[in-house]
Design a protein around this ligand. Structure first.
Ligand code: ARG
Length: 457
């Protein structure tokens, strides 16, 4: 069933049909396709290009198709080439002659450009909601863990003590940037390509401003050749999705490490872990691993589309049909990961005692011991050397700095006094770090306030 049969004499070969068709995947945006057609015909009637009566008939027909597709009463059958032909052919079947007027002043090239834009715009809204939901879970963890001490790492080596609230706050920032990125993309893409025709506009007196307004765009696009061949916004969306996936993957990696026997900082809820078919003791972090693993296919989609687009001459070429499957897959993958992730972190339990002990046992207060000396007049470079000696002394005896007697401290530097214990205690180490963005409670409370504000956006 072809829209373009007139010029052709031979039946299309089955292999060619299967290779060329897109209905098997572009059916996903039938809702957007119908919405675009309703706006188009509404504009055509307003401009006197089709009659009011035909418009009414067409809109009713389109609405009934939408309803029947939603309910499953109307099924997609494989003789149609794409969603555009499917809807138009079904419309003509349902309403007859009037249906043949729908495609006036339009091409599938501007139609598909519109559908893809509407679809991406809708999905940006859905993805944004999911990112926001995850940020809300992260914020809860921040509020509950202002005093949960843990080691902060660099090079995956214990560095300085932080709090779980502070650590979680880093992810809040990442996902906040993701939301602003989605917002930027939506702003930039929100111009309507409909009316660009095949590539060179049309001779009908279309009102492109009106169609754009009906569909919630800021206005029409400004060059018809660009309108039908622009997929920048899809690439930008895949980029944003790749960054979200990267953030989720880093978070997953930490959860996997924290959940390991060696760390035991967290325990995943049974619902988010699985057992082994052979090793009875195992409780594996499969969900976190899968989220980490799925990052590959999201990046793959971005690289695929960039590569597909790089050699396409103006204007529309069929290569662009390749944008759909990979974009749909990347969107669905990231949405799935986001939804699962929020559940996984909200049900995960934190072994606060283990985290705090880990921070205590890794010399994470060594910098503070050096700072103590500096505050008593020792130059920082010398203080660094003195504390280095203390650390070596403790490693040899398998003890922490806090476990040393004052005599032992003094043996290395006479500057140490009884108040050193207070100065290098975990609480002091964290609480003194109140520079904005640091882990100290006062600083964190200010940040949490700001986070709440940002969630209102
Ligand atoms: N299925 C096509 C796509 O996804 C729709 C546009 C077809 N246009 C054309 N001239 N063949 O790109």
């Amino acid at each position: 069933m072809k829209l373009w049969g007139g010029r052709f004499t031979k039946e299309e070969n089955e292999l060619v049909h299967n290779f060329n068709e897109s209905l098997s995947f572009d059916r996903k945006f039938y809702g957007q396709d119908i919405k675009g057609s309703i706006a188009h015909v509404t504009m055509l009637a307003r401009q006197g290009i089709v009659s009011e009566e035909d418009k009414e008939t067409i809109v009713k027909g389109l609405e009934s198709i939408l309803e029947d597709l939603d309910s499953g009463k109307l099924e997609f059958t494989r003789e149609y080439e794409d969603i555009h032909s499917f809807v138009e052919s079904n419309l003509i079947k349902r309403v007859g002659e009037a249906g043949k007027r729908l495609h006036t002043g339009r091409s599938r090239n501007d139609q598909v450009a519109l559908d893809m834009k509407l679809y991406c715009r809708d999905e940006i809204g859905e993805i944004d909601k999911l990112v926001k939901g995850l940020m809300e879970e992260i914020l809860k963890l921040m509020e509950d863990n202002l005093d949960t001490y843990m080691p902060g790492f660099t090079h995956l080596q214990k560095a300085q003590p932080v709090t779980l609230a502070h650590h979680m706050g880093a992810y809040f920032e990442m996902f906040y940037r993701d939301r602003t990125r989605l917002r930027d993309i939506r702003e930039r893409m929100n111009y309507c390509p409909l009316g660009a025709g095949a590539l060179a506009g049309t001779t009908y007196p279309l009102d492109r401003d009106y169609t754009a307004k009906l569909l919630g765009f800021y206005g029409p696009t400004m060059n018809s050749m660009d309108s039908v061949s622009d997929r920048d916004y899809v690439i930008e969306l895949l980029n944003a999705l790749s960054i979200i996936a990267m953030h989720l993957s880093r978070f997953s990696e930490e959860i996997i490490i924290w959940n390991s026997n060696e760390y035991q900082f967290v325990e995943l809820d049974d619902a988010y872990s699985t057992g082994s078919s052979i090793m009875p003791q195992k409780k594996n972090p499969d969900i976190a691993e899968l989220v980490r693993g799925k990052t590959g296919r999201v990046y793959g989609a971005l690289i695929s589309l960039l590569t597909t687009m790089k050699g396409i001459p103006l204007a529309y070429d069929k290569d662009m049909q390749e944008d759909k499957e990979l974009t749909f897959d990347a969107i669905d993958t990231v949405k799935g990961c986001l939804a699962l992730f929020a559940g996984m972190i909200s049900t995960m339990s934190f072994r606060k005692d283990v985290m705090e002990n880990s921070a205590k046992n890794g010399f994470t207060n060594a910098t503070d011991a050096a700072d103590y000396l500096v505050n008593h007049g020792v130059p920082f470079r010398d203080a660094h050397g003195i504390v280095g000696q203390l650390v070596l002394y403790c490693i040899e005896r398998d003890m922490a700095l806090d476990d040393m007697t004052l005599e032992e401290f003094k043996a290395v530097s006479p500057v140490f006094e009884g108040d050193v214990y207070e100065a290098i205690s975990m609480k002091t180490c964290v609480e003194k770090r109140v520079s904005l963005g640091g882990p100290g409670k006062a600083a964190m409370e200010r940040v949490i306030q700001a986070c709440k504000e940002r969630l209102k956006e």
